[in-house]
Write a new protein. Structure first.
Length: 159
């Protein structure tokens, strides 16, 4: 199984022709307490980058974009009863939906976005690798060690 992330903080686990989609730990931490999640229904056709779900927190409501194209086979029904799963276990039990991938190689296809930019953000934010937008430019999660962020210079961030 391979995991990929987007700039919009979605992730997709790819296992054969099935993808499981959710939001990153970093995203849930920025949202605050999640109070409602709307997931797509089984049978819905999604295209890469399209609105797929909605997550509402005490701070904001955000769209969740599909990082890949395919047909939804299951929404996470547990989120209807306990949306806090997104906060407590964003990258496992807090997944949003599963879909049959239209093209299982799609997450690995470059789209012109810089993967380096996403990996650098991970180092700076101590977050997950990010790249692309709206499901574009997925970056595979790799067991890579990153240097610490540069210290601020004259009151500005060091990047």
């Amino acid at each position: 199984m391979s995991r990929f992330f987007t700039q919009d903080h979605e992730w997709v686990d790819v296992d054969g022709d099935v993808g499981t989609v959710g939001i990153s730990e970093y995203a849930q931490s920025r949202l605050g307490d999640v109070v409602f999640v709307e997931v797509p229904e089984a049978g819905k056709q999604l295209t890469k980058g399209a609105d797929a779900a909605v997550v509402e927190s005490v701070k904001a409501a955000s769209d969740v974009y599909s990082p890949v194209s395919g047909t939804v086979i299951e929404g996470n029904a547990a989120l209807a009863d306990d949306s806090s799963l997104v906060n407590s276990d964003a990258e496992a039990a807090g997944w949003f939906f599963k879909l049959t991938l239209s093209d299982p190689s799609e997450p690995r296809q470059p789209d012109g976005r810089s993967c380096v930019r996403g990996l650098r953000r991970r180092a700076l934010a101590n977050s997950l690798p990010l790249a692309g937008g709206g499901g574009e430019g997925l970056v595979q999660s790799l067991p890579v060690s990153f240097p610490p962020p540069t210290p601020p210079v004259n009151g500005r961030g060091g990047d």
